[in-house]
Design a protein around this ligand. Structure first.
Ligand SMILES: [Zn+2]
Length: 333
């Protein structure tokens, strides 16, 4: 967890509170940005001063580890410090979005996760493989549907939605109540249920697949918050989803076989209202959004082998699996 004092200090808190590895990455990457050597020196010196003025510490409690400021009076940056952090983070983001994010956000499409999760969940309830395949084939479709913008008054989310989450309904922040994933999950789950009652099985499982997409999306902590942070450093989202996708099956990536978390789960959460279940899964995933952002951001060249990133991913997927089993049962009951 990250102390609220750190997150409230600046939207660039991940750079402000960078650990040794994050500091080294920032200083090395700054040298790779197209800047004059005077600029590199000015920004590097500025960052070093900020880091030594606001040291952080990790505090252990019964809730786990929390990253906090080392002394209680820290956390109020001067305007000058704020300006320097903003500048450094923006310059780094521009460089990293190009270098790691590839300049766009298509890396994760073709990611097998959504399709596998609903298919496995169907098969666990004894659904025929034909019907499970209908759900599988529909599960990625919402990513190609027209984008929904945030409502009036939430324009500050525009960049995040357009460039990171793709659409306002593929996201839900349980603290702010922003995002339409719960409504969309419910909308398609209830259509699926009425098709099921009419024995219209192709439609029932296709709509179940659509519904599952919105539920599965918010099982990813990065679909539940860190909006401003991700809008700037878009590569964090892309690279994390790429990591999950490339470690999905045995023998790929580092071989974490994240799919096995879904395969091995036999628990389900009873679903009585799909919107409530979506909010509940998002609430669980939200426990990790700050830590996950911090780790990918600061450990950008090593997070793929970081045990904390791996365990956050497995915990989130396990909770997702339990909710998805609940969804299949809900449609068929
Ligand atoms: Zn999505």
């Amino acid at each position: 967890m990250i102390d609220e004092r750190i997150k409230n200090a600046t939207p660039h808190w991940a750079l402000l509170a960078a650990d040794k590895e994050g500091q080294e990455n920032a200083l090395n990457d700054l040298k790779e940005c197209s800047l004059s050597s005077d600029e590199v020196t000015r920004l590097s010196e500025g960052l070093r001063k900020i880091w030594s003025k606001y040291p952080t510490a990790i505090v252990q409690s019964d809730k786990g580890q929390t990253l906090t400021f080392a002394s209680p009076q820290e956390g109020v940056l001067t305007d000058e410090e704020n300006a320097l952090l903003t500048q450094a983070d923006e310059i780094l983001a521009k460089y990293l979005n190009e270098k790691i994010g590839g300049g766009n956000t298509i890396l994760w499409s073709g990611n097998p996760c959504h399709q596998d999760i609903i298919e496995i969940s169907c098969l666990k309830w004894g659904v025929s493989s034909t019907y499970a395949t209908y759900a599988h084939n529909a599960a990625d479709a919402p990513d190609s549907w027209p984008m929904i913008w945030p409502p009036t008054g939430y324009e500050w989310l525009n960049n995040f939605i357009q460039q990171v989450c793709h659409s306002y309904d593929h996201y839900y922040n349980p603290e702010l109540g922003t995002g339409l994933a719960p409504a969309q999950c419910a909308n398609y789950a209830n259509s699926a249920k009425s098709y099921y009652d009419q024995s219209s099985m192709y439609n029932a499982y296709t709509y179940m697949g659509y519904s599952s997409h919105f539920l599965t999306d918010v099982g990813n902590p990065l679909h539940t918050g860190m909006e401003i942070e991700q809008a700037l450093n878009r590569w964090v989202h892309d690279d994390y989803e790429n990591y999950v996708g490339t470690n999905w099956e045995a023998g790929s990536g580092q071989g974490y076989n994240f799919k096995s978390v879904i395969d091995n789960n036999w628990y389900y959460y009873a679903m009585s209202d799909p919107a409530t279940s979506t909010r509940s899964l998002a609430g669980y995933a939200k426990n990790y959004d700050d830590t996950l952002f911090y780790l990918v951001y600061n450990h950008r060249y090593t997070f793929r082998t970081d045990p904390s990133v791996r365990s956050i991913t497995m915990s989130s997927l396990l909770d997702t699996a339990k909710h998805l089993l609940g969804l299949v049962k809900y449609v068929r009951d």
